[in-house]
Each structure stands twice: as structure tokens, then as C-alpha cells.
Design a protein around this ligand. Structure first.
Ligand SMILES: O=C(O)c1cc(C(=O)O)c2c(n1)C(=O)C(=O)c1cc(C(=O)O)[nH]c1-2
Length: 244
């Protein structure tokens, strides 16, 4: 059994999980950032990730519904506003659709989610089930991948702008706001986890929750890689890029 970790040790252990398992290490992201993908493969990435984007506010609403404390709910509900906006014209989800529009995908096809890979759906839905079924501490800890997203997003935006002539700053506007929002959100979630994981078993739960979430992100990229890079066999009914 592991003993009780100090705050600093727990934080270091959480950060180590990100260094070892976060999706910036995935080969599909290396291809995406480095210009190694054809346009159809970039479309497949944006189309599949729409499924993740769309689940995030549902996942955060599930977390809010489990919080007894009004102050906590007030803090967490901002995440839902960030994604849903205050009208159809703004919010992260709307900006994600600007990306899929900009890549030439049909809006109705994207929002139907018909072309999304089954494995993407299973991974993303596992995240929603996790935050509903596990403790609030584990649900909050599972959001801590956001500690690592600003660096990953910076490298992605730089790489995509440099390597694909059809990618513009407007198309990638979704990512403009994320680093600041992710830093705010993950600072709050990290303090919550460090304050509330007081027993060794709770600390291990928090570490396992973050590992689980890294797996959710990794599995989405595995699915993309298998379907669209090698061996390149999308399952029946999934999005198929047009021949170049
Ligand atoms: O582009 C990325 O690499 C990336 C990663 C993550 C993440 O680490 O889960 C999120 C996002 N983006 C993101 O845009 C986002 O809104 C978001 C919400 C959450 C969450 O778990 O609550 N993660 C992420």
C-alpha cells in the first residue's frame, strides 16, 4: 500500500502522469503538427474531436449536479458557459464548428455525428460515465489533463499554421481562448484535489482518475490512427475522406 503523500509529492505525481501519458506524445498528434497528414485525415481528426467537444458540457453538467456547495457550482458552471456560450453565435462548440466548416466539412454531417468512429464514441462516453459513477474527487481529478493542454495546443497551432496552406488563424480560433481557460480551470481543479485527497486511498484514486483520462484522450487518437493512417481501415459507416 502507498503511504500518504505530501501536497508537493501528490502534485509531482500528477504532473508525472501527464509527462508520461498525455496525448501530446501520440504519433497521430506528431503527424498532425508536423504536416504529415492529408486534408482528409485532418478532417477526420476535427470531425471525431467534435464528439469530445460536444460531450464536455454534458460532463461538466454532471459534475455540477454532484456538487453540494454553491461556491463550487458557481466556479464549475463557467466551464459550461465557455463551451455553450450565451447564444448560438458564441462559445467553444460554435468555434469548433468554425474549424470543421473551414476544413470543408458539411455542418449537418458533423453535428449528426454519423461519421464519428465507434471507438471515439466509446472513449468519450466512458468519460461521461466516469464522472457520473466515481467520487466527486475522482471526477474533478479526471479534468486535470488540462494542466498539460496549453503546451500541447501551442505546439499544435504553430505546427498546423506552418504546415498546411489551408489552415488559417480564423479556422483555429477555437484554440485562442483555451490555454487561458484551461489554466484557470486546472489551477482550480488542482487546488481542489490537493485539498481533498487527504488519505492515501483518495490520493491513489486521484492519480488513477488522471491516468484514466489520459487513456480516454489516447484511445481517441489510436482510433484515428488505425482508421485513417495505418492500416487505414475505417469501420462501416464511418467518415471516409475523398480520394486526393
Ligand atoms: O486540445 C487539446 O489538447 C485539449 C485537451 C483537453 C484535455 O486535456 O482534456 C481539453 C481540451 N483540449 C479542450 O479544448 C477542452 O475544452 C477540454 C475540457 C476538458 C475537460 O476534461 O474538462 N479537457 C479539455
Amino acid at each position: 500500500m502507498s503511504g500518504l503523500l505530501s501536497r508537493a509529492q501528490l502534485e509531482a505525481a500528477l504532473r508525472r502522469i501527464g509527462e508520461e501519458r498525455y496525448h501530446h506524445l501520440h504519433p497521430f498528434h506528431h503527424l498532425l503538427n508536423g504536416g504529415g497528414l492529408a486534408k482528409g485525415q485532418v478532417q477526420a481528426w476535427a470531425l471525431n474531436r467534435y464528439y469530445y467537444q460536444r460531450m464536455i458540457p454534458l460532463k461538466d453538467a454532471a459534475i455540477v449536479s454532484r456538487m453540494d456547495d454553491a461556491g463550487l457550482r458557481r466556479e464549475w458552471r463557467q466551464r459550461i458557459v465557455d463551451h455553450d456560450g450565451n447564444s448560438d453565435e458564441d462559445g467553444g462548440l460554435r468555434r469548433w464548428l468554425a474549424l470543421t466548416d473551414g476544413l470543408g466539412l458539411d455542418r449537418a454531417y458533423v453535428t449528426s455525428t454519423d461519421g464519428v468512429l465507434p471507438a471515439t464514441k466509446f472513449a468519450v462516453e466512458a468519460y461521461l460515465h466516469f464522472v457520473r459513477e466515481k467520487s466527486l474527487l475522482e471526477a474533478v481529478a479526471s479534468s486535470l489533463t488540462e494542466l498539460f493542454s496549453p503546451l500541447a495546443i501551442g505546439a499544435r497551432v504553430r505546427g498546423m499554421l506552418e504546415n498546411y496552406d489551408y489552415i488559417t488563424p480564423e479556422i483555429l480560433a477555437y484554440f485562442d481562448k483555451r490555454p487561458e481557460q484551461a489554466t484557470r480551470d486546472s489551477d482550480f481543479a488542482l487546488a481542489y484535489v490537493l485539498d481533498n485527497a487527504r488519505r492515501p486511498d483518495q490520493q491513489q484514486d486521484a492519480l488513477r482518475a488522471l491516468t484514466f483520462k489520459c487513456d480516454v484522450l489516447w484511445a481517441q487518437l489510436d482510433a484515428l490512427h488505425h482508421a485513417y493512417v495505418a492500416p487505414g481501415t475505417p469501420p462501416p459507416g464511418a467518415f471516409r475522406p475523398e480520394a486526393a
